[in-house]
Design a protein around this ligand. Structure first.
Ligand SMILES: Cc1ncc(COP(=O)(O)O)c(C=O)c1O
Length: 388
């Protein structure tokens, strides 16, 4: 007897960070003190009032059942209030938003909601892995478009062939950008909206780093562009913005047809978020936000430590104005994979190789600052001992 998974699943490579974690865990088990600067996993806790809301809700007797397919009304309202206060975007609380069990869930499920076999999803290279893998779950085709350093890691929509654009049904964008740290602006968003309108493509903007910003920068929502909702949805997440990555809290907002299609898929697959987790999210989105600026000041200090450390080694690192990531080219004589291996073996420091994110990431590294400051300093001290 031979059991085998679907061809669809067999065509999907292992998730790069899952494989990396297995390798690093084996090193730790063998006694290496590994410092992980490869993953965007916030190490700091959320503000106390957020945890208090979770605990208080958990202590009630009536909060342990299913949390509702579409989220409790107060959570839906909190998402709408957050978007209006933070981005000046007014959402119809009934039709233009959906809570998500972490935004990654929505990024993946949207493909089932929007793509038929043979449709094209346009995906940035480099880009977050789920944009490229999610369409494969829907038997759709992925066509990558380039983000290049010389264009500030922004796309040139004219480079997408017309016959590809005509078959495309989804296009992914993500600014502030993972892995490059690049920023979006109104001009880029308008060009993306025009392109997607011309070809009837659903524009999916992924904005989980909108509240991780430095040097006074404020990241916009694509939905703040007039008319954007006719063609766009935006994904957001409390993972990075409010240090809640493990609790799996995200949202999709914008175009009502896309939100409804996504909700249709989700009602068949999940049964919503736990009520205490939703109560925690309400406290995070509507409570005091002053701690977010303090948290960002801490990240900014770490960013400066990392950039100074890399530059002292002769590496060409620039300080990003947003995200958790410093994106820099590898030194001469290395690929991103050999450089990752070299510093991991010599120092126990793990920095993500850029090719994980696509061909255009080849020759680049992504260093994450979501590690305690003392560990980051220790990592930079260890890197000084490497000779190349
Ligand atoms: C660009 C991007 N989108 C989405 C996610 C997923 O976030 P969540 O924790 O909300 O699933 C991440 C996480 O690293 C990310 O970098």
């Amino acid at each position: 007897m031979t059991l085998s998974p679907s061809e669809r699943v067999s065509s999907i490579p292992p998730y790069a960070f899952a494989s990396l974690a297995t390798k690093l865990n084996a090193m730790v088990a063998a006694g290496t003190d590994v410092i992980r600067l490869d993953m965007g996993n916030p190490d700091l806790p959320p503000a106390p009032h957020i945890v208090d809301a979770l605990v208080a809700s958990c202590r009630r007797d009536d909060t342990h059942g299913y949390g509702g397919y579409f989220g409790i009304p107060a959570f839906r309202q909190a998402i709408a209030d957050y978007y209006e206060r933070r981005f000046g975007v007014v959402l119809d609380v009934k039709t233009e938003l959906s809570p998500l069990i972490g935004s990654k869930e929505g990024l993946a499920n949207l493909n089932l909601a929007w793509l038929d076999p043979g449709d094209i999803a346009l995906v940035p290279d480099p880009g977050y892995l789920t944009y490229g893998m999610g369409p494969l779950l829907a038997n759709a085709e992925v066509v990558r478009f380039d983000l290049k350093a010389e264009n500030n890691w922004q796309p040139d929509f004219d480079s997408i062939p017309v016959e590809v654009a005509r078959r495309a049904r989804l296009l992914w964008l993500n600014y502030p950008n993972n892995p490059t740290g690049a920023l979006g602006d109104e001009g880029l968003f308008r060009r993306a909206i025009d392109f997607c309108r011309r070809y009837d493509i659903l524009l999916c903007h992924d904005n989980p780093y909108s509240d991780i910003t430095f040097d006074g920068y404020r990241a916009p929502s694509i939905l703040a562009i007039p008319g954007a909702k006719e063609v766009a949805i935006e994904f957001n997440s409390l993972s990075k913005s409010h240090n809640l990555a493990g609790w799996r809290l995200g949202m999709a907002v914008g175009n009502a047809t896309a939100i409804k299609a996504l909700a249709t898929v989700k009602t068949q697959i999940d049964t919503g978020l736990a009520i205490p987790v939703q109560q925690m999210a309400i406290a995070a989105l509507t409570g005091d936000q002053s701690w977010v600026a303090e948290r960002n000041a801490e990240y900014q200090r770490r960013r400066d430590i990392a950039v100074a450390g890399l530059r002292a080694l002769g590496l060409d690192a620039a300080p990003p104005k947003a995200t958790l990531y410093i994106w820099f080219p590898v030194p001469h004589g290395f690929t991103d994979v050999t450089f990752h291996e070299k510093i991991l073996v010599d120092t126990g420091v793990s920095i993500a190789p850029g090719s994980i994110y696509g061909e255009n990431g080849r020759g680049w590294m992504r260093l994450s600052i979501s590690t305690p400051t003392a560990r980051l300093e220790e990592a930079m001290a260890r890197l000084k001992t490497v000779r190349w």
